[in-house]
Design a protein around this ligand. Structure first.
Ligand code: MEV
Length: 441
């Protein structure tokens, strides 16, 4: 039976590792070695990573790849992608190249509104609450001046504060529904600080509102927190070309390809089982860029999936049509991103990724990320409706399988040639590898 540990966070990094190895691995030295192998030899860099989170014992690497040739609004980008899944960067690069020859991607930011809410309970007269809210409203702005002044200098701030009656959904439940402009920062700290100040102002001043009875003066603040659902922080990205230019040495003709592609999108719109996988493919591109640029991919994921279900059924984030012989394919997603604050100036690779993108503003990054999602989806659906994805995917996967089998560089080279005209499956690779080893012995 393993005993709980007290004061774990106070232990040094070495002591934490020692405890882990002793308690869960019978003091196995390989555990310690594996963890330490991933420590950076540059102590300053390692300390930086140690301090990103709590109880750090090592670093967890993800490959950072780049996808070149992305023409976005007539400007050429190389897009950084941090992702563990094979084929994703290759697919993005392929889609970028395909659209480079067809006018590239067009992207526009539709809106940039961020949201935060103070959730509270109140069981008195709604009329009096509304009056109280109106009377106290200017105070929200003055009480947060110390937080908002810098953001205002940068062109942002609080854009609206609204009282919302949610009692039809939950007895006694009201909110301050607040919107913000946070310019180039994702704005989580700014929004949460403002909200906590609003909550305090709202609760404390209720004491002095004469129309309230003594019970009505009691406003119970439940919580104050930003929302990762930002349906008015929207970006659109699009590609379009004549149907006739859609093929590229395909086995399928252009009309048939366009029709099948549009069908595939319609299926993802109507069938949630397909929509989830379809959107997962989009997120392959989105998350990889969001992660490489030091943004919060969990926030982005949660917000985007909620948006995919905004009409009451989970549906495709991309849309496609053929009109007068023109194929158009587009995406519309909410994205709350930052290019200042957070990890953006702390993590050396994030800094580099942003530099690679020409130090974009948050709006520019929104466009780049949306394009990465659209490109990824184009590549996936294109493969799905033509050759199927396994052909390309398993070729990439071959290297991963060979790595698992601890193949040497020469062996990898041999098997990449060997499987050029064969179907790659996990068992086929293992069998061929074992047979090769026996033959060599
Ligand atoms: C795999 O990571 C993503 C796909 O399944 C996406 C899709 O089916 O559209 C290929």
């Amino acid at each position: 039976m393993i005993a709980p540990i007290a004061g774990f966070s106070k232990l040094s990094k070495d002591e934490k590792i020692e405890w882990l190895a002793n308690t869960y691995f019978q003091n196995n030295e390989t555990v310690v070695n594996t963890l330490k192998k991933y420590w950076n030899t540059d102590e300053i860099l390692q300390k930086l990573h140690d301090e990103f989170i709590e109880n750090t014992i090592s670093n967890f690497y993800l490959p950072l790849g780049i996808a070149p040739n992305f023409l976005i609004n007539n400007q050429l980008f190389v897009i950084p992608m941090a992702i563990e899944e094979s084929s994703v960067v290759a697919a993005a690069s392929k889609a970028a190249k395909f659209w480079l020859d067809r006018g590239g991607f067009k992207a526009t930011v539709v809106s940039t509104e961020k949201v935060g809410q103070v959730h509270f309970m109140y069981f008195g007269s709604t009329e009096k609450l509304k009056n109280y809210f109106e009377s106290i409203k200017p105070e929200f702005y003055t009480a947060t001046k110390h937080i908002t002044q810098n953001m205002e200098k940068r062109g942002g701030g609080i854009t609206n504060i609204e009282l919302r009656d949610k009692t039809a959904e939950l007895d006694g439940y009201f909110q301050l529904h607040c919107t913000f402009e946070t310019v180039d920062s994702m704005g989580a700290n700014f929004i949460n600080s403002c909200l906590e100040e609003f909550a305090k102002t709202f609760k404390d001043n209720a004491e002095n509102f004469e129309d309230f009875t003594s019970e009505e003066k009691y406003i119970q603040i439940v919580m104050s927190i930003l929302s990762n659902y930002v349906p008015n922080c929207l970006v659109k990205a699009e590609v379009s070309c004549p149907v006739a230019s859609l093929t590229e040495g395909e086995t399928m003709d252009a009309d048939e390809f366009a029709a099948k592609f549009v069908r595939a999108i319609q299926i993802a719109k109507t069938e949630p089982y397909r929509a989830v996988t379809h959107n997962k493919g989009i997120m392959n591109g989105i998350d990889a860029v969001v992660l490489a640029t030091g943004n919060d991919f969990r926030a982005v994921e949660a917000g985007i999936h909620a948006y995919a279900a905004k009409d009451g059924q989970y549906s495709s984030l991309t849309h496609a049509e053929v009109n007068d012989g023109i194929f158009t394919f587009w995406i519309e997603i909410p994205l709350s991103l930052g290019t200042v604050g957070g990890l953006t100036s702390l993590h050396p690779l994030v800094k580099l990724a942003l530099e690679m993108l020409g130090k974009p503003t948050a709006k520019e990054l929104m466009k780049i990320v949306a394009v990465a999602g659209l490109a990824q989806n184009f590549a996936a659906v294109r493969s799905l409706v033509t050759t199927g994805i396994q052909k390309g995917h398993m070729k990439m996967h071959l290297v991963n399988i060979l790595n698992q089998l601890e193949a040497t560089e020469a062996e990898k080279k041999h098997f990449i040639t060997f499987f050029k005209d064969k179907t790659v499956t996990h068992s086929a690779v293992v069998d061929a590898f074992n047979a090769y080893k026996v033959a060599q012995a």
